[in-house]
Design a protein around this ligand. Structure first.
Ligand code: FAD
Length: 571
């Protein structure tokens, strides 16, 4: 059977790569899996040697650094105090931006970089970076008139090197209403129609971590850095608490990177090195409404009365809307969503889509995230630059702050360039340049299913991924999995779907025993064994997104999933 052969091939590749890397490191290891059942073993392993690099923080920034450094052959470890992506990296607008809003702020270089990055990400992770046509309505008294929108999008297309078939199209009022009939008609002039790319931020983070793991990095969630270890004034390690199992460890590394997003200054304070520039946190909230109440046909980026703009994006039978952008000084874990935040978003939406008359009760779920921006005196939240910056303390702690999900690969490259430079200065070793632009992200091995080449048309229905999807949805159906579920699984796991199908087929009896749908149970087993799922929330919020986009399933499955996990983890 082809799926078993593929599975075997993937497993073989992993062992060979690990062996190759470890031959140079003189660590003997036969096979590894990114399983939560192995957390303790990985903590012990990390504590048993001096690593080249230890990364604190398992959001997209830390994940990117782990990948870049492991591909270059560094011995790298990563610790995350909550679940992976549980900070900002599961709470964004979930777009891989081309950087249109930076154009407004005159950040030309940033537009060029994120445009290029978007293209690279699409190539390397086609299952999780999906082109999404976006409507930018032009309204009377709005941010831009017709000519400015047309010119702005044209400049953007060229700066960001947007593919020909994705370049902006200008639509008149009637054409705009055909695309999205819910838009407010009386103030509508027309629209710009351009492409953004949609993603799942938490899954992108986990896929990058899985790829880093494949290249030899060691990563553990629920492991908190609680103090630094110094030698002659320099950071040489970190004292770590395993918050899931209660043990403590001392991890040593030649270099330590602080990639903790909103916590960057907390860690700098722990190092007594918070001087000069500091973080400015702003909160962004998103709301989810069922498609039956907000039957949006088309993603829209629209003006709201206070001069800001918001997104409304259809996804999985829901529409999500956001975001706010307000200064934030509260607790960093799980920032709250206030009634004021909710009214602000509903009011803005009702202004542009007046027939909806959305009310509080229409909101099924929501999330709030913190943007870890760098403070600039006198600037409002929306005016603050989204650029990233690296700080190096006297103790040699390297901190990275700012940035975007979209630019994570380039941010990682800059950090690892610096780490390698420092390692080279301190030893006779040399390290190669970054090659992550050519590395497929886990789940992204979907090539070979049609004859399209890079640069060809990437319309959703004829892309390489669409061909892959057709094939594997059919395969799922042949295993008795409905086409709807097969389709969801292929979209979620890309080329790893074969493993999920296998878990489903192998665990039907256990699924029945725990009263969990057999496909969801297969995903759960895959999540535990290959994506380090430790709690029901890890699975229902960040591995599947159900807590946001299928709240009913999340509520129904919370108890049985927790019950199953308690059979594996005593604490
Ligand atoms: P985080 O994801 O917060 O990761 C830091 C991690 O460090 C956390 O998981 C935390 O638990 C861990 N940590 C902290 N202290 C410790 C410790 N002591 N020990 C161990 N671990 C620790 N970008 C885009 O490109 N596109 C978008 O559409 C987009 N939309 C956004 C919308 C909103 C509302 C927000 C808030 C941001 C948005 N962004 C977007 C920006 C993007 O989400 C962030 O730049 C990115 O997720 C930050 O990732 P990070 O890894 O730096 O931080």
């Amino acid at each position: 059977m082809r799926n078993h052969n593929n599975l075997a091939a993937e497993g073989y590749a992993r062992i060979v790569v690990v062996f190759y890397l470890n031959k140079h490191r003189k660590v003997i290891q036969v096979s590894r899996s990114f399983s939560s059942l192995e957390r303790k073993r990985y903590l012990h392993e990390m504590a048993s040697r001096e690593m080249d690099l230890l990364v604190i923080g398992g959001g997209i920034t830390g994940a990117g650094i782990a990948l870049d450094s492991s591909v270059r052959g560094l011995d790298v470890g990563l610790i995350e105090m909550q679940d992976f992506a549980m900070g900002t990296s599961s709470r964004s607008t979930k777009l891989i931006h081309g950087g249109l809003r930076y154009l407004k702020q005159g950040e030309i270089k940033l537009v060029q970089e994120v445009g290029r990055e978007r293209e690279i990400l699409y190539r390397n992770a086609p299952h999780i970076v999906i082109p999404e046509w976006m409507l930018l309505p032009i309204i009377k008294g709005g941010t831009y008139g017709k000519w400015m929108t047309s010119f702005g999008l044209w400049v953007y297309d060229h700066l960001a090197k947007v593919r020909k078939n994705e370049r902006r199209v200008m639509l008149n009022k009637e054409e705009t209403l055909n695309k999205e009939p819910l838009l407010r008609e009386d103030i509508l002039i027309g629209s710009g129609y351009y492409v953004e790319y949609r993603t799942d931020d938490a899954r992108l983070t986990i896929e990058v971590l899985k790829t880093a793991f494949h290249y030899g990095a060691t990563m553990v969630n629920y492991a908190k850095a609680d103090r630094f270890i110094y030698k002659e004034g320099k950071v040489v390690g970190v004292h770590v608490e395993d918050v899931a199992e209660g043990e403590t460890y001392e991890l040593y590394a030649k270099k330590v990177v602080n990639a903790t997003g909103p916590w960057v200054d907390t860690i700098r304070e722990m190092d007594h090195s918070k001087k000069g520039k500091f973080l400015h946190l702003t909160k962004g909230v998103h709301l989810v409404v069922d498609q039956s109440r907000f039957p949006l046909q088309q993603a829209v980026y629209f003006d709201i009365p206070d001069g800001r703009m918001m997104f409304a994006i259809p996804r999985d039978g829901k529409t999500y809307i956001g975001t706010t952008d307000t200064n934030y000084n509260g607790p960093l874990e799980d920032p709250d969503v206030t009634e004021e935040d909710i009214s602000y978003i509903l009011n803005g939406t009702n202004q542009m889509f007046p027939s909806l008359k959305l009310i509080r009760e229409d909101v099924e779920s929501f999330w709030a995230g913190l943007r870890p921006l760098i403070h600039e005196s006198g600037k409002s939240p929306s005016e603050l630059s989204r650029k990233d910056e690296i700080f190096v303390s006297e103790s040699d702690l390297i901190s990275i702050a700012g940035g975007k999900l979209t630019g994570y690969r380039k941010m990682a490259e800059r950090v690892v360039d610096l780490v390698c430079l420092k390692l080279e200065q301190e030893s006779q070793k040399s390290f190669p340049q970054s090659t992550t632009d050519k590395i497929k992200i886990s789940g992204g091995n979907t090539a070979g299913y049609n004859h399209l080449e890079k640069g060809d048309s990437i319309k959703d229905d004829d892309s390489e991924f669409a061909a892959f999807k057709n094939k594997w949805v059919t395969e799922g159906e042949s295993l008795g999995i409905s086409s709807e579920v097969s389709c969801k699984l292929v979209n979620r796991y890309g080329s790893n779907v074969v493993k999920v199908f296998n878990k489903i087929m192998q665990n039907k009896d256990r699924a029945k025993e725990f009263n969990i749908d057999e496909c969801l149970f297969g995903e759960l087993v895959y999540g535990i064994e290959e994506e380090m799922v430790r709690t029901a929330d890890d699975f229902l919020t960040r591995r599947t997104g159900n807590r946001f986009f299928d709240i009913q399933s999340a509520l129904t499955n919370q108890e049985p999933v927790s019950r199953y996990l308690s059979t594996l983890f005593s604490k």
